[in-house]
Ligand binder design. Structure first.
Ligand SMILES: [Zn+2]
Length: 562
């Protein structure tokens, strides 16, 4: 803390001695730095700082305890074959048996397939209730305690509540704005969600008689409806995505769209012989913009997820030259299968495309200061370009560029299959989004008001948001909600927020001309290049020429739903 105080003093001194000609960015960087110090308690008295540190440790310990309770949950259900009617043989064959029954562990890996495939409504309900108690009363109490401690922490720093503290540096700025945003989303989705729910209710009546529709039925009947409404063979689709073709197509799309040139650098020392290195150039000026490494093939001991790691941030050096950014994309794609290029599942294609969008965001950054470079951008803004670019995976013209039948790559994926992939993404978008909105509302309400009984709140909100479907009796979502407990407290809304902005950008600027380089270059210069050096809302408003709107998201997703 002492070092922080010294740095804080230096910053204040610099602000006071500031020359009027100093660039705005210099001011911004110092103001932001000062704000960060303040949010870390630099203005507090020593005793209050001690209290803050104690609160932080207490919060960290409770976070861990909450997660530990979830990890320690090892309960299972014993179910007979007739109770598991509809479950695929591959699922059943891997289950242990006891007393002639199948032992179904209460993990999401096992519970989700049962909720999607089991024909027996009472089994779905039994498993949904048992799984909905994961974490138990202990975790509900921990979450309530955590929320109180977070409010206390925020008040020490002068904020009214924890949400105000958490949201201050983010795009919406206030909790009120987020609540309005979520409520409006929920309202606007109600019509389509109602239509979707009626379809599911009809299916339930046909299959089970006139039984009441509950949360345990949602996944099962969505799956059934998808079978009727989307003609898509997942195994067949996979044959069109040989990994090498996906990568070369993906690189071409980004080069064409953003007026970039990627040159592979051969004979360079890297950490593994499957790693490829590329330099990135502006296609018209031939300015060097940055470098990226593709380390996408699986190998033993490698980090198991697909992600981007920045290796160097870009900035303008004092001698006027530019230090260029560099990043690596890590993944676990299989390299070969029976001597042929391995095939990717469609979600893996989307994930790769999403992560590579982060790489392009990073290398397109032209911020003056390293602090505004990299992917350390404002949390709600960082995902918008990647979510926007995911759309290219669902449009026939671009999907054909990165696909081809593995035995004859000249045979591209059919336009009907591309349509089906998009349709499957958007089917029941209203209901799926409403479920997410419900959790985001709970997160926002408990972190913006005090002494809220979380269980009562969920019970009350559930039927209001989910079109009359009550919370499944005997369950307590507060007991197993790791996002609220850890990492996304008060900011669960962020993903929906970013999706809405991404949809607006896509529909307004790209949808009708996916490879329009003029639009792409403008996006690169106006949205990607500033990095974190400008207010994100200002960047997007400036690019769109108006304030962002909810409507394109609602219309595009619901148009393709039902
Ligand atoms: Zn991302």
């Amino acid at each position: 803390m002492c070092l922080a105080i010294v740095l804080f003093a230096i910053c204040i001194k610099m602000i006071l001695q500031i020359d009027l000609t100093i660039v705005l960015l210099n001011c911004l960087i110092m103001v932001e730095q000062v704000k960060e110090f303040e949010r870390n308690g630099v203005k507090l008295s020593q005793s209050k700082r001690k209290e803050m540190e104690k609160l932080k440790s207490h919060i960290d310990a409770l976070n861990l305890k909450y997660l530990q309770n979830l990890n320690d949950f090892t309960k299972f259900l014993l179910l007979g074959e007739d109770e598991l009617a509809g479950m695929p043989f591959e699922f059943l064959k891997d289950l242990e048996k006891a007393d002639g029954k199948f032992k179904v562990p209460l993990t999401s890996y096992h519970v989700t397939p049962v909720l999607e495939h089991c024909k027996v409504g009472s089994t779905r309900k039994q498993i949904a209730v048992a799984y909905g108690q994961k974490g138990g009363k202990d975790n509900v109490a921990i979450l309530e305690n955590l929320v109180q401690l977070r409010h206390k922490f925020a008040k020490l720093l002068g904020y009214t509540n924890y949400a105000d503290f958490a949201i201050e540096p983010r795009m919406p700025k206030t909790s009120r704005k987020i609540l309005e945003f979520l409520e409006e989303m929920s309202e606007q989705l109600s019509d389509v969600a109602n239509r979707e729910l009626n379809i599911l209710k009809d299916l339930k009546i046909k299959e089970e008689g006139n039984a009441q529709f509950g949360m345990e039925d949602l996944l099962y009947y969505i799956k059934r409806a998808e079978e009727f409404k989307v003609d898509l063979d997942v195994g067949e689709i996979k044959q069109y995505f040989p990994v090498g073709l996906v990568i070369s197509g993906m690189l071409k799309i980004f080069q064409d769209l953003f007026a970039l040139r990627f040159d592979e650098i051969k004979d360079v020392d890297v950490w593994h012989d499957t790693v490829r290195v590329f330099s990135v150039w502006d296609a018209s000026s031939s300015d060097l913009l940055g470098y990226f490494f593709l380390d996408i093939f699986s190998r033993e001991g490698k980090y198991a997820h697909t992600c981007v790691v920045t290796l160097q941030n870009g900035c303008l050096c004092s001698n006027g030259t530019r230090k260029v950014p560099a990043a690596v994309i890590l993944s676990q794609c299989p390299k070969e299968f029976d001597g042929n290029s391995a095939l990717l599942r469609f979600p893996e294609v989307v994930r790769l495309f999403h992560e590579f969008s982060h790489v392009v965001h990073h290398v397109s950054n032209r911020a003056t200061f390293s602090r505004f470079s990299g992917l350390r951008l404002e949390g709600d803004f960082a995902e918008i370009p990647s979510l926007l670019l995911e759309n290219w995976c669902y449009e026939s013209i671009s999907l054909k560029m990165m696909s081809g039948f593995h035995q004859d790559i000249t045979k591209s994926i059919s336009s009907e299959a591309c349509q089906s992939l998009k349709r499957r993404r958007d089917l029941f978008a209203g209901l799926k989004m409403k479920q997410e909105i419900l959790l985001c509302l709970v997160d926002q309400i408990i972190h913006s008001s005090e002494n809220v009984d979380i269980d009562d709140l969920i019970k009350d909100l559930h039927p209001k948001v989910m079109l009359g479907i009550p919370l499944l009796e005997g369950t307590s979502p507060a007991s197993s909600f790791p996002r609220i407990a850890f990492g996304y407290d008060a900011v669960c809304y962020s993903y929906i927020w970013s999706e809405v902005f991404a949809a607006d950008l896509f529909v307004s600027k790209f949808k009708d001309d996916l490879l329009n380089q003029h639009a792409g270059l403008r996006f690169r210069n106006k949205v990607l290049a500033p990095g974190g050096s400008k207010d994100p809302l200002e960047i997007i408003t400036d690019y769109l020429g108006r304030e962002p709107s909810l409507q394109p998201f609602i219309q595009s997703r619901t148009r393709n739903s039902l």
